[in-house]
Design a protein around this ligand. Sequence first.
Ligand SMILES: *[C@@H]1O[C@H](CO)[C@@H](O)[C@H](O)[C@H]1NC(C)=O
Ligand SMILES: *[C@@H]1O[C@H](CO)[C@@H](O)[C@H](O)[C@H]1NC(C)=O
Length: 465
Amino acid sequence: MRGLSLLLLGLCAATAFAAPQDSDSGKGRGGGDGNGGDADDQPSPSGAAGATSTATPASNSTSSNSALLGMKGDTVCTQYLCVGALVNGSTVQYTLQSLGVAKLGWMAMGFGQTMANSPMVIMWPNSDGSITLSQRQAPAEVMPTLVSSPPRVATLETSLSSLSGNNPKMVYNIPANSDVSQGIIWAFSDTNPGSSAQDAQLVQHLNSGPTKLNLGNTLAANSRDPTNPISTLSGSTSPPPTDSGSSSIPLLPYQKLIVAHAILCVIGFLFILPLGALVARYLRTFSPVWFKGHHALQLFISLPIIVPGVALGIAAVHKAGAKHLSDDHMKWGIAIFVLYFVQLVLGEFIHLVKPRSWTVDKRRPPQNYFHAVLGLLIIALSFYQVRTGFRTEWPQQTGRGSVGNGANIVWYIWVVAIPVIYAAGLLFLPRQYKQESMSRNKGNPQESSDSEEMTARYRDSPDRH
Ligand SMILES: *[C@@H]1O[C@H](CO)[C@@H](O)[C@H](O)[C@H]1NC(C)=O
Ligand SMILES: *[C@@H]1O[C@H](CO)[C@@H](O)[C@H](O)[C@H]1NC(C)=O
């Protein structure tokens, strides 16, 4: 059992950690598709198109920009946008450029690796062609609010910005801090705030995530142009490289909690609980000790795995500064957790309180059937819950992209295997009913399928006879 757990643990961990690479290659391709053959002077199909731009048209993205050769700077491209940083003396010029895979609503970057407590620079185009730059901060995963006098003031570079074409870009300057390897967080939304006010209400971003810039990097001809990230300094518009950022960035403390939560809950809900159900289904017609195995698995083994597993999930939400019960995964998680306890109590009740109809007449009371059905329901919900966990919750809460296909394959195998094995166990039902009917006819409880448990009850409480 311990060997199996370790194996599973390794498997889960490997899948979880291998994940971001898969998603990153996806991002790279998405980015590449987004900027192929764009013509800068064509009107943008995006929301920014309404802007009769006062920002200057984009510099010719196929022309080279050798003036920057030898300067320090770096560019990173993510799912929706590229961020270019050009170090110029004591200021750094940042260019946020859309890859054109989604309509531009607003783009943002923050100095830090989490949305909470990172100073952010958010920019969006307005209908009059101007651009609003808003410096904000959030105490948690909530809408960041305006910081009116930030320690480092960002200055919008309207003349360097360009809202036309498929790859609109917005540029700002900010005094350099001491960062060389600079952790940043990016965000992209397809919904324009609809107001030029710096404190305008923002609509939730499409996606966001942590990544990194190396401000110590010396720009060469094959470097991406930090002032026009969709092309290189030599003028090539090859697809942007994949975001190596998030895969090389170690998991943040709250993300480690999510991984631990996932591992424990997968073991508890998708291995221990189904195993306990299969023990009940298969062994009852063969050995009276089935109940001991079922009881041990569902209570003594699953409880110390599931309780910390769920607690780690809640702790991760707390640590991220996010809102509790703010999405379906969190709500279902608590619902399943409650059902699990109802099931434990019901199991104990069935074990401890035997109606006479069962002990003497050998007719199975309704709660026994309900116990089986509720158990299967909990396992089914757990399959759904684990899936939303790695498909939706992980990318949403971490911005690290979806979990690799390995987890998907394991999930599919498991979601087929468990019901098939269980259904095969139903073939023992005739044998079980025959045994029960025989014991009913003989009136001899020792012959019952749960005879071991029965006799124990009889010994303990002869008054029940
Ligand atoms: C863009 O650059 C290419 C090659 O450098 C050149 O042929 C073309 O005329 C330029 N287009 C504009 C609008 O400057
Ligand atoms: C660097 O900054 C100076 C002004 O501070 C500006 O004139 C110059 O164009 C900048 N260089 C680049 C490459 O942007």
